[in-house]
Write a protein that binds this ligand. Structure first.
Ligand code: HEC
Length: 114
């Protein structure tokens, strides 16, 4: 009788552990917004509405062709995106550190400069 109860408890514990592991993985995608994977996709989804589709400027300043001179250290530019500044929103909670690196690299290398 007692053994049955112990067996039952073990099964419950195993099930609880399994549910925990499944939830752990099921929750993962929530912390990463949509399927924005490349720097260009991150830019189009998060930055273009203020900085223009080609980084030509709008509500936010022009980025195309200016950021490399303004931020010789890529880390300083990433910090603006991560922490925000003035009316530039912080993206620390909306983008992963990888996505911030990707989008910053994109604005430095791939935006048309004229
Ligand atoms: C709600 C509008 C808005 C969005 C969205 C936005 N920005 Fe900005 N951004 C601004 C504004 C406004 C500034 C100027 C901030 C200041 O210095 O007062 C700025 C400044 C910047 C700067 C500094 C430019 C400079 O010349 O010093 C960078 C780099 C930048 N944004 C990158 C990004 C990136 C990358 C994204 C997308 C992940 C993004 N921004 C999304 C409005 C926005």
């Amino acid at each position: 009788m007692l053994k049955r109860i112990v067996d039952g408890l073990q099964i419950v514990a195993l099930l609880a552990a399994a549910v925990f592991v499944v939830l752990l993985f099921a929750n993962e995608p929530d912390s990463t917004p949509a399927a924005a994977t490349t720097g260009k996709e991150v830019f189009t989804a998060n930055c273009a509405r203020c900085h223009g589709p080609d980084g030509e400027g709008g509500v936010g300043p022009r980025l195309a062709g200016t950021v490399v001179q303004e931020y010789p250290d890529i880390e300083d530019q990433a910090a603006v995106v991560r922490d925000g500044r003035g009316s530039m929103p912080s993206f620390a909670n909306r983008l992963t550190p990888e996505q911030i690196q990707d989008v910053v690299a994109y604005t430095r290398k791939d935006l048309p400069s004229s």
